[in-house]
Design a protein around this ligand. Structure first.
Ligand code: HEC
Length: 193
């Protein structure tokens, strides 16, 4: 009998200690990894864009952008085992609408931007728990650079052919009227810990 009780206690102990998962921490190491994922992703998107503009011109770059951006984003996420997206309140692609969490952070970024407090190094990190699974959610602002104006600038910056093509592919486009330095949106990453 004693043996049985002892054995049961041991089993119980093993079960409890196995099911108990410590709350992970958002370490500096993790933040550095997220920053680096964001940087590599944005650089690879930009290099594809610039290469296409240089070799085939701005009009072709629109077509490349509209397919390649989504494919490149999905492939990057799969390769790294993360959720990754570009989101914006003034989105061009309906797939890039922010969800509730992303909207909350984008609003915060916008407020900081209007107070001149948003910097290229600004970021937002939050640890969330869902059904015992911990996830880190990370967002970083995207700013408008000179080369973006060809497709996201004001009327005089976008050529008639580019306008025609954008109107055709994205009839509900909101991603125009920007100036250099404006907040365009954000990169959003989520990683299960
Ligand atoms: C050749 C035209 C072109 C140029 C130049 C361009 N974009 Fe875009 N951009 C697009 C198109 C087309 C989409 C929609 C494709 C997608 O992401 O699904 C898009 C989408 C985006 C999105 C995703 C949100 C949304 O509106 O759907 C962001 C963020 C963005 N662009 C930022 C930039 C930035 C920053 C630059 C400059 C570094 C830039 N773009 C330059 C054509 C362009």
């Amino acid at each position: 009998m004693k043996k049985i009780i002892g054995f049961s206690v041991l089993i119980l102990f093993i079960l409890v200690s196995c099911s108990h998962k410590d709350k992970p921490e958002v370490t500096e190491e993790l933040k550095t990894a997220l920053r680096s994922d964001t940087k590599t992703f944005m650089e690879s998107l930009k290099s594809v864009l610039i290469k296409e503009i240089q070799t085939n011109g701005i009009v072709n770059a629109v077509s490349v952008c509209s397919d390649t951006a989504q494919i490149l984003t999905n492939n990057y996420g799969v390769a790294k085992g993360i959720y990754i997206k570009r989101v914006s309140f003034k989105n061009r692609n309906p797939l890039n609408v922010p969800d509730d969490f992303e909207s909350k952070v984008l609003k915060m970024f916008e407020e900081q931007f209007h107070k001149n407090q948003l910097k290229p190094e600004s970021e937002y990190v939050e640890l969330i728990e869902q059904n015992g699974v911990y996830k880190v959610k990370y967002m970083k602002p995207i700013f408008v650079q000179p080369e973006c104006l060809n497709c996201h600038g004001t009327e005089e910056h976008i050529s008639p052919q580019v306008k025609d093509l954008i109107n055709k592919v994205y009839p509900n486009d909101k991603a125009r009227g920007y100036q250099i330095g404006d907040l365009r949106g954000a990169v959003s990453i989520q990683k299960t810990l």
